[in-house]
Design a protein around this ligand. Structure first.
Ligand code: C5P
Length: 301
């Protein structure tokens, strides 16, 4: 029996490799990316109600839209429409993933709401049906459903699970101001028109390093084509990246479209140490420590 309300949690992600190709006719960029899901979560609770409503709490909640443009509301509405149901659900989102931080917080909410509504309405959907709806909501939503480590192609929505051994430890430096994903892609297009910034090559070596479980092997292979664009829009992030390296991280990278900076550390202790150094250096709003890979969206029992 499914109760009349339930809670789903979904993870943040970091792109270990983000190779951005050219713009396609539909305006999206062709990607080759390696996602890893991190132990930083949003929780989305759904309850049957008289009408569709949305409530957001937690850090950065003020910056999350609570109207029909919210990805979680869009997920519930899309599912209801597809199956001819009334989307009368109260959605409550508790944010643990930084808002507009390049860590797929909105996608996590969409994935959680999709899985939650499908469960609440006893739809018993297959993975591929859920994936298909997820991809219509956003490029990162299928990965938020799956979690773990995966190679993403197309606009990021076509996934192949990747082998990962052990646990990787991360420190995340959260920025004071968010960045808009479309603006960062546009900035990359502009930089590429002006010159030809180097592009991330094949992710094959990185995938082998992830499978080996060795953070020392993974560190020099982290790559993000959006980093130059994020740094161009927020030059202060260079200082954050430098401070993380000085604090003892193995490598630092802008997460996705930024502005969160993700630092790979040798172990959990080092991640805490790097976090406290970063917090003390005043180069970010706040820090988080996380590990990965973790599972995708799951209903909490
Ligand atoms: O798919 P999603 O809604 O997350 O994408 C947000 C924006 O990011 C898109 O509107 C587009 O500007 C940009 N984007 C892109 N190429 C991708 C994914 C996203 O240009 N592969």
């Amino acid at each position: 029996m499914v109760p009349p309300s339930l809670t789903v949690r979904a993870p943040a992600k970091v792109n270990l490799h983000l190779g951005v190709g050219d713009v396609r006719p539909d305006g999206f960029h062709e990607l080759q990316t390696v996602f890893q899901a991190l132990s930083l979560h949003d929780e989305v609770s759904l309850a049957r109600a008289d009408e569709l409503s949305l409530h957001v709490s937690g850090e950065g909640a003020r910056d999350v839209p609570t109207d029909s443009t919210n990805l979680a509301a869009r997920a519930v509405a899309a599912l209801a429409e597809r199956y001819g149901l009334d989307p009368a659900v109260r959605i409550e989102i508790a944010k643990g993933i930084p808002v507009a931080g390049g860590m797929a917080g909105g996608s996590a909410d969409a994935a959680a709401a999709l899985l939650g509504a499908a469960t609440l309405w006893h739809l018993d959907l297959s993975r591929s049906e859920l994936d298909e709806i997820a991809a219509t909501l956003g490029s990162d939503v299928p990965f938020s459903l799956h979690g773990g480590t995966a190679l993403g192609t197309g606009r990021g929505e076509q996934l192949i699970p990747a082998l990962s051994r052990g646990e990787f430890h991360w420190t995340l430096a959260l920025a004071r101001e968010g960045l808009s994903t479309p603006a960062v892609y546009r900035e990359l297009d502009r930089l590429r028109e002006a010159g030809d910034p180097p592009r991330a090559g094949s992710p094959d070596d990185l995938l082998a390093a992830v499978a080996s479980g060795d953070p020392n092997r993974l560190a020099p292979l982290l790559a993000n084509d959006l980093q130059a664009a994020a740094l161009s829009l927020q030059p202060g992030l260079r200082r954050t990246l430098r401070a993380g390296m000085e604090a003892g991280a193995l490598a630092g990278i802008v997460s996705g479209s930024g502005p969160t900076c993700a630092f790979l550390c040798i172990n959990g202790e080092s991640a805490v140490e790097v976090g406290s150094e970063l917090a003390g250096a005043g180069v970010c709003r706040t820090v988080r420590v996380a590990s990965g890979p973790v599972p995708g969206a799951e209903v909490l029992r």
